[in-house]
Design a protein around this ligand. Structure first.
Ligand code: PMP
Ligand code: GLN
Length: 385
């Protein structure tokens, strides 16, 4: 049978989690917490099911949850959004990204994405009949070269996929980047898909610049968020998209035939949780910054280099001191010799540069991070002796 995605295999996250399971390695690969969620959220989900919220939710999401999300957006970014016409509940951020792409991209369209980029963007573009044009982030800081972005934008550019804080680069976009993006949008007429799932995980006092805070971008963007990240519950599969009414209408046309509607009880639970804990999210920067610093300190003398991590719940690890082998091979070596699973960066690229980087997830118990550091330090000592 002819495949629509002949070059696509199983995602690197699934592959590495599987290998970690097979080998018994500590899994710092796929991004998910290994600690419990807030027990109050567990209670609320159970209570919602017991209360009988087990039939279809409205296609666009429960009104009460969308209202609480609008209030959260207002509190966080100081901008009003209409819950009725601008907020859609989706099956995680993954569905929001996929449905938004299917809603606006068609055959012949180009979609500008950066290199590296989160792995789900490009297959979704191709399934929509579009073509991804990738612009490299500049090394070593993973910054934006806006001149190059402008050169690669054309009348065919339908959508620009932006992601800050950035997975896997762990970099964040500044106000100047948002201004450059807006200028490009104005000039080209392109729309923006802004993946902001790590909105609350920016470190060292930096600010997350949401497209929702920019007057022009707010009218031209799909902004995508995830309760999986914000509530430490990646298995809840609850995300949402905030977009202007016209864009939301188009998004919902796809969403209604893609997932139709999202599990009802978790929507009730999260709506109540947001009312009880309106500040939730605001403590995440300090929480993850402490974890980042703990791991960085523990690895400071290991020989691994630790590039700056400005945001997300990941930390990159540069293994250059231990040879220049391909990152897939080095990840496998680390798995076998250190019993630590990490994600290589090359699968996030269309054209991988010659780097020696792996990604570690820091959304782990302190004890897990300490044990990972102990194993990596022991590996490093063996490798250099
Ligand atoms: N975008 C990025 C950048 C991500 O890192 C992830 C998940 N780690 C997603 C989207 C998908 O989010 P969700 O689990 O809510 O589908
Ligand atoms: N987004 C998660 C990560 O970056 C993985 C999600 C998935 O496995 N699809 O690790």
């Amino acid at each position: 049978m002819q495949s629509k995605l002949p070059d696509v295999g199983t995602t690197i996250f699934t592959v590495v989690s599987r290998r970690a399971h097979e080998t018994g390695a500590l899994n710092l690969g796929q991004g998910f917490p290994d600690y419990d969620i807030d027990p109050r959220l567990t209670e609320l989900v159970a209570a919602a099911m017991r209360a009988g919220y087990n039939q279809y939710a409205p296609m666009e999401g429960l009104p009460v949850l969308r209202e609480r999300i609008a209030a959260k957006v207002q509190r966080t970014y100081g901008v009003p959004v209409d819950p009725e016409r601008q907020v859609t509940i989706t099956l995680g951020a993954t569905e929001a990204l996929y449905s938004a792409i299917q809603a606006v991209v068609g055959p012949g369209d180009e979609v500008l994405a950066f290199d590296p980029a989160y792995d789900s963007y490009e297959p979704a573009v191709r399934l929509a009949g579009g073509r991804c044009v990738r612009v490299p982030l500049t090394l070593p800081q993973f910054g934006y070269d806006w001149r190059r972005v402008r050169e690669r934008t054309s009348a065919r550019t339908r959508l620009i996929i932006f992601n800050s804080p950035h997975n896997p680069a762990c970099s964040i976009a500044g106000a100047a980047d948002l201004a450059a993006l807006a200028e490009l949008v104005e000039r080209s007429g392109a729309l923006v898909l802004s993946d902001e799932v790590y909105e609350h995980m920016v470190f060292d006092g930096a600010t997350h610049h949401s497209v929702l805070t920019h007057p022009l971008l707010a009218t031209r963007s799909f902004a995508v968020f995830s309760f999986g990240k914000t509530l430490h519950a990646t298995g809840l599969r609850l995300g949402y998209c905030v977009a202007a009414p016209g864009l939301t209408t188009e998004l919902r046309k796809v969403h209604q035939f893609n997932t139709f509607s999202i599990a009802t009880a978790p929507q009730h639970a999260v709506a109540t949780y947001l009312a009880e804990r309106p500040q939730c999210g605001t403590d995440l920067a300090a929480f993850f910054q402490a974890k980042r610093d703990r791991l960085r300190t523990a690895l400071a003398n290991s020989g691994f280099r630790l590039p700056p991590a400005q945001g997300t719940y990941f930390q990159l690890l540069d293994y250059g001191a231990f040879g220049a082998s391909h990152d897939l091979l080095f990840a496998e070596r680390l798995l076998r010799e250190a019993q630590v699973a990490a994600i290589p960066l090359s699968p996030f690229y269309q054209e991988p540069p010659r780097t020696t980087l792996l990604r570690l997830c820091i959304a782990k118990q302190d004890a897990t991070l300490d044990e990972a550091a102990r194993r990596l330090n022991a590996f490093a000592a063996r490798a250099t002796s």
